[in-house]
Write a protein of this length. Sequence first.
Length: 368
Amino acid sequence: MWPLFYLRVVMQDIEKLEQELLAKIGSVTDLDSLESLRISALGKKGSVSLMMRGLGQMDPAERQEVAPKLNKLKITVGNAIDEAKSGLHAAALDAKLQQEKIDITLPARPEQIGRIHPISQVMDEITEIFAGMGFDIAEGPDIENDFNNFTALNIPPEHPARQMHDTFYLPEKEDGSRQLLRTHTSTVQIRTMQSQKPPHRIVVPGRTFRSDSDQTHTPMFHQIEGLVIDKTSHMGHLKGVLAEFCKAFFELEEVTMRFRPSYFPFTEPSAEMDIRCTFAGDHVKVGEGDDWLEILGCGMVNPRVLEHCGLDPAEYQGFAWGMGIDRIAMLKYGIPDLRAFFDSDLRWLKHYGFVPLDVPTLGGGLSR
């Protein structure tokens, strides 16, 4: 049994500790300091916890007198810490809100609206026109084999296009064969004729690659080619399709065209199509004037190409054409330099780009 005076000392220590802790809690100004104070008071080795451990050394009568005081101390200190924590949280929130205060009377910030690249826009315009004529849109891989890119298109082994200075080749495989980056989208025409039965009526937009770079050529560019294969198509149908395309694309009532004989290994006869225009400084105006501008190549599909694809030239025939999307975009929208398409200049894109939701349609108009 502890002496009476010692019991009084313990009681006084409890009261003194309570006053000290409450004073410290009242003076705390941040949450980190408050947490440190909580640990020093109520933690496993805290001052209140150490005093409660002394209860085990007291007899029941003394414990019955001291224990309520210690429990009251623990509850009082815990409540004071919780109250201080709530106050500090509220103060921190008020300070943050004051710091992040928004003046709702200020004008709203202008929204940054993206733009559709002219290449994407023109590609959509062209596919919309041909889709309206009943053509399907076909796509294929950028990496091709030599047969689909050259041999099936009647391009001989000694043709300059097969050389490394014109074509991007991939490393040789173990069997000696080499794949390449397609030099035209005609490869998709070959794949279509090999995998599907005629009739075919397709257009093929996509990226193509050639080892060339200057103001009018880039190593990667975009093409769209068309193919019609059936039993009755002829050159007159080809001219009619291209005439309707030019009127729709340039949004003119009439476009004067001329076809000049040319040579392509994959068509026979072959032609290059020019449109009437006038050159005014750096711009070209289509549909008037006395000048001519070549925009695409075309012709009847060479019988050898049909044979390579497993079709009988005595039964099937058709026509094909191809044009550069980049160049026809420059022509329609007055873009002077082809290289600007790939500069990623946001100022240029803001000037020449198109509103995202302004989708080209034949009924609503192709361009704005």
